[in-house]
Write a protein that binds this ligand. Sequence first.
Ligand SMILES: [Zn+2]
Length: 280
Amino acid sequence: MHGCIFHALFLLALSQRKRKEQYDLIIQVGDLGIWADPAKADGATQRFAQKNPEQFDSQYLIHPQEEHVQFFQVVQSLLRVPIRFIKGNHEDFEGLPRESPFAIDEFGLFEYVLDGRVLEWGGSRIGFMGGSHNAKKPEGRLNPSAIAKFVELNRGQIDILVTHDAPYNASCGFTGQIQGCQAITQMVEALRPRVHVFGHLHKILALNAIADVDSYCVPCVVDPVREKRDLERQAIKSGCLFILDTDNQKTEFVSDRWLSEIDRKTTVVEWTRILSEEQS
Ligand SMILES: [Zn+2]
């Protein structure tokens, strides 16, 4: 999400309606970026936010004005479940709870899950591992003891693995550099989950470099704005919502046509109206 919570929450609530589905569990793969005070954001976030102030929309979760309260309340009533999230490498680490799952906002929209936690849900065991091997801040790096704990678990003890960072050689960067890290590969090889989902690389990927494991990279909700005219382009990135149907193990990167019809510049008041209308 990288702080663009209005776009992300609107997408989630609207997608349920468009797809005639109610999500049972919602997970965010790190770099949520809740900055209660934008002045405290890291250097990279500050740079992106200069052209892309939406990255600081997250401040209104902690310090909401009346229009934000109405939006968050409507979204919460539609989603019904909190969004569980792991840490990425761009977070307000000082603001993250020390225990989990732990609500971080008064609306009950987001709950933080610590590295190395396993949640049982609907007959599946879901393992969570935030952080990145190349995080600038030490608090954003992978937690070696949490990784060691997962590596020691027997094969099949985790059905769904959620990480922020990617397995080694998941993809190449803009200048051809190998992306991903060996620690994630080692963990996936040891655990052999049915499904592994990660973020961090900002692109859609579907891999099975590790035997019996399908790994998916989920991109961010809106791409960064580099020039003013970018604001006229597609609002919500196709594929940023990835759905796993545990009844039939079907997976899907949501790329429905209505995604392209969402206006990036819509106000919170207007998004609240659209969602309220759909609700009634
Ligand atoms: Zn990241």
